[in-house]
Design a protein around this ligand. Structure first.
Ligand SMILES: Nc1ncnc2c1ncn2[C@@H]1O[C@H](COP(=O)(O)OP(=O)(O)O)[C@@H](O)[C@H]1O
Ligand SMILES: [Mg+2]
Length: 383
């Protein structure tokens, strides 16, 4: 059957070709088009037959050879093709699959990757939107804001301000808020990295990303590099067994190298953040690194009152006894105080009222406390 069909098809073509003898030019044109099509298809076919090239990262160059690393982590010492553009360490390149010769440099846009993976912003958070952390604010102003704004003061006196600080304390107490506020007040670029993400998402790329983040920070200076959950990167390791741990270790080493590499009075500062200071590798806290520790506690009753006023300020409320509410929120973090305000608003909305009442707040406090206890139970059971 198939044979017959092909024969028919062949006849068709010859009919087409020979049927137009009257018009030679037309036949030639027809012929040319067919030839072109055949050539195009041949070209496509050869493309399909070629083996693909591998993408690698150039780690180091020695004479006419390169040390390169494949995405799977394997490293090879290989030749560079004569036709290849000049390379530098850190470039991305294509290598031949069989003998791994570097054949071509490729412009993998670096900026593109960093900016895709970290949060970069110019925050707009004023000091007055932070409640109950007066001491911490003063300290941050002294060690970060002042050196960025008036480096000459430090030069004149002859002291070196810290390159970075470590904010530590329970979750939801305003650590991120403090870091953003200092970025705002110094008009700095705020670059946020999350330790656990760096470890989980960028397998094999963590160290490179850290390097590029610092590069970006220098380009956009003044900058604050905020590293949330820094414990995920910088925790004390008893033994480095798995390749995953080695990878985290490499990323951490790169972070230390970057911090060591910049100047005390430069305009890049690092703010680390953790609620597990106990497991931190002391290397990160050595002098010249994040050597100023600032504890951010759960607010006391005064602090809660300030935080409550900050978040309730914009709300439509009736007559209220704020002190009573603040007393009832014993042990709440700043984030929980804010949740109380939001929840109270919802109670009013559900009751189709336009004002939030004292009772809405009381119910909201109860709800937030229950939620908190439920999450604690969860942690006990599964954490
Ligand atoms: N001291 C505070 N003053 C005002 N708001 C606070 C305070 N602490 C926490 N909040 C509220 O809780 C949210 C989460 O706080 P965040 O700064 O992310 O806590 P942390 O980084 O310490 O976990 C903030 O965006 C803010 O709305
Ligand atoms: Mg936070």
């Amino acid at each position: 059957m198939t044979m017959n069909k092909e024969e028919d098809a062949g006849k068709d073509v010859s009919n087409v070709v020979f049927g137009y003898t009257a018009n030679n030019a037309q036949v030639e044109e027809e012929n040319r088009i067919l030839r072109e099509t055949v050539n195009q298809l041949k070209n496509e076919l050869t493309k399909f037959q070629k083996t693909p090239l591998l993408v690698c990262e150039i780690k180091d160059l020695q004479g006419d050879k390169a040390l390169m690393r494949l995405p799977n982590g394997n490293e090879f010492f290989v030749n560079i093709a004569a036709s290849c553009e000049p390379l530098t360490a850190g470039d991305s390149a294509l290598v031949e699959q069989k003998n791994l010769t570097v054949v071509k440099k490729i412009p993998l846009s670096k900026r593109f990757t960093v900016e895709q993976f970290v949060i970069i912003e110019k925050p707009n958070i004023s000091w007055s939107s932070i409640g109950g952390l007066a001491e911490q604010m003063t300290e941050i102003k002294e060690v970060i804001e002042l050196p960025l704004k008036k480096p000459e003061l430090f030069k004149a006196i002859g002291i070196t301000p810290p390159k970075g600080i470590l904010l530590h304390g329970p979750p939801g107490t305003g650590k991120t808020l403090l870091a953003k506020a200092v970025a705002s007040s110094t008009k700095s670029t705020f670059i946020e990295l999350v330790g656990s993400e760096l470890v989980q998402k960028f397998i094999g790329e963590g160290a490179k990303l850290v390097k590029e983040v610092f590069q970006l920070a220098r380009e956009r200076a003044p900058s604050i590099i905020f590293i949330d959950e820094i414990d995920a990167l910088a925790s004390r390791r008893i033994e480095i067994g798995t390749s995953g741990e080695r990878e985290v270790q490499r990323t951490f080493m790169q972070l230390l190298a970057e911090i060591d590499g910049f100047k005390h009075l430069g305009n890049v500062k690092v703010v680390g953040c953790t609620n597990r200071k106990d497991i931190l590798d002391p290397a990160i806290l050595r002098p010249g690194r994040l050597d100023r520790l600032i504890y951010v506690p759960v607010p006391n009753v005064e602090g809660r009152k300030e935080i409550f006023h900050i978040h309730a300020k914009g709300m439509a409320t009736g007559r209220m006894n704020a002190q009573k509410l603040v007393d009832a929120m014993d042990g709440f973090s700043g984030a929980e105080v804010r949740s109380v305000c939001t929840e109270a608003g919802y109670f009013a909305i559900r009751a189709s009222r336009h004002k939030v009442t004292q009772d809405d707040f009381v119910k909201a406090i109860e709800k937030v406390r229950q939620d908190e206890e439920a999450s604690k139970d969860y942690l006990v059971m599964f954490g």
